[in-house]
Design a protein around this ligand. Structure first.
Ligand code: FAD
Ligand code: UDP
Length: 385
């Protein structure tokens, strides 16, 4: 059994999964989080007025191809099958997303079959002059053509990212599929579901170990590191250094809560493609728990904007300016000493929950390997660059 005192900064999935794996291995774990709750950005809580389980920091659906991670989460709390089916309101109509055969036929007023639709998009819509897309817009024009791009992606993306899609990497759009059948599952992964009692319950169970102590409303400062053998830091990389080189760019979100008697929109997530509607989407939380029954409903209108120093960082921007600054912070991090930077904020990457868990399990294994073999513990197990 290994021994030693370890500090996890952040009680989100990164801090919880690394902490639990190392508690199981014999270490003494302290977890601190500046917030009043565990769970990080996956936090869920019961809305006191309606009783609905709310995804406080935006909608979270668990989807993965990673069987070990799927077994891991299911081993802590029961998951219910859930398929994310997103709708989009654009130009006065409601469409199915991701773009699938239903979207294509509805949008163009056609009755195309799969191969006809594939040929129609390739021959009459997609921009065949683009060989290797250099940005989001080119990727979209090559992938689906101007009509669908301008209806579903251009306005939404400008609202979401606060810039023109030509300034964004093609990789953001590559996250979404294009389907020539009626499959409207937003994801293509083998496993998909939601924890019956919410993500905070999942994280509570991961942290439920006699060698783990959690301190909420406790902001980490670097002087605390001296009390521990090693620190795993899942807060913002630039925040660790008091933003001394400047701030890494993030988008933040504002959620405008409203309630409704009955069913407000008939689905969990409705996206809004039109640029003149200021919000990107409305989430109706009770549809994330179809196994529960609630007369009233609680919804969030979601607005995206630039992240200021006092705001919660949500989406890392990772454009040219940020990448240069990130390289400087990554170099500075090597001087931190006895600290490993982890998670979506510590490594400034957009990470889904399953990837966060996978990387956290590997980080804990890598940490033990390094100690056992007398090697230095890496500052980053996954390079942020
Ligand atoms: P976090 O959850 O951000 O946890 C970090 C914790 O550190 C926070 O609790 C914070 O308070 C704490 N902290 C920071 N600095 C300090 C400090 N100095 N002192 C003390 N505590 C500190 N993933 C999916 O798989 N499916 C989805 O549908 C999905 N939807 C998403 C929707 C949105 C809007 C966003 C932004 C993300 C979504 N994700 C989704 C990704 C998911 O949120 C992340 O994978 C996950 O939250 C990463 O966990 P983490 O522990 O690395 O970071
Ligand atoms: N997107 C869009 N319209 C939509 C949904 C997504 O333009 O209705 C774009 C947007 O730029 C977004 C990207 O596609 O950032 C990836 O979509 P995803 O659903 O993965 O966004 P996330 O879950 O990160 O909010």
């Amino acid at each position: 059994m290994a021994t030693g005192k370890l500090l996890m900064v952040g009680a989100g999935l990164s801090g919880a999964v690394i902490g639990r794996a190392l508690a199981d291995a014999g270490f003494d774990i302290t977890v601190v989080d500046a917030r009043t709750h565990i769970g990080g950005n996956c936090h869920t809580e019961r809305d006191p007025q309606t009783g609905v389980l709310v995804h406080t920091y935006g909608p979270h659906i668990f989807h993965t191809d990673d069987a070990e991670v799927w077994d891991y989460v299911n081993g802590f709390t029961p998951f219910r099958p859930y398929i994310n089916r997103v709708k989009a309101t654009a130009r006065g109509q409601v469409f199915s997303l991701p773009v699938n055969l239903h979207t294509i036929n509805q949008f163009f007023g056609t009755t195309l079959r799969p191969e006809e639709a594939r040929a129609f998009i390739a021959d009459a819509q997609a921009d065949t002059t683009i060989d290797t897309p250099q940005n989001f817009e080119e990727q979209a024009l090559k992938f689906i053509g101007r009509d669908l791009y301008e209806t579903f992606f251009k306005g939404y993306t400008m609202k979401q990212w606060g810039c023109h899609p030509t300034e964004l990497p093609a990789s953001i759009l590559k996250r979404l599929p294009l389907r020539f059948d009626y499959n409207d599952n937003y994801y293509s992964h083998r496993f998909q579901g939601l924890p019956e009692q919410g993500y905070t319950e999942l994280v509570a169970r991961i942290l439920d170990h006699p060698s783990i102590t959690v301190h909420l409303s406790t902001r980490f400062d670097r002087s605390q590191a001296a009390d521990f053998d090693h620190v795993f830091y899942s807060g913002p990389l630039d925040g660790y250094f008091d933003y001394r080189l400047g701030q890494l760019g993030y988008r933040t979100l504002d959620f405008e809560r409203f309630t409704h008697e009955g069913d407000y929109q008939g689905c969990a997530v409705m996206n809004f493609g039109d640029a003149d509607i200021p919000y990107t989407r409305i989430t109706e939380h009770k549809h994330f728990a179809p196994w529960e029954s609630h007369a009233a409903s609680v919804c969030y209108r979601e607005y995206s904007r630039a992240c200021g120093p006092e705001d919660i960082p949500y989406y890392p921007i990772r454009q040219v300016r940020e990448k240069a600054l990130l390289a400087e912070y990554a170099a500075l991090a090597e001087t931190a000493g006895n600290t490993t930077f982890v998670g979506r904020l510590g490594t400034y990457r957009y990470l889904d929950m399953d990837v966060t868990i996978r990387e956290s399990l590997e980080t804990a294994r890598g940490f033990r390997d390094a100690l056992e073999n007398g090697r230095p513990v890496p500052t980053f197990f996954r390079s942020p660059l």
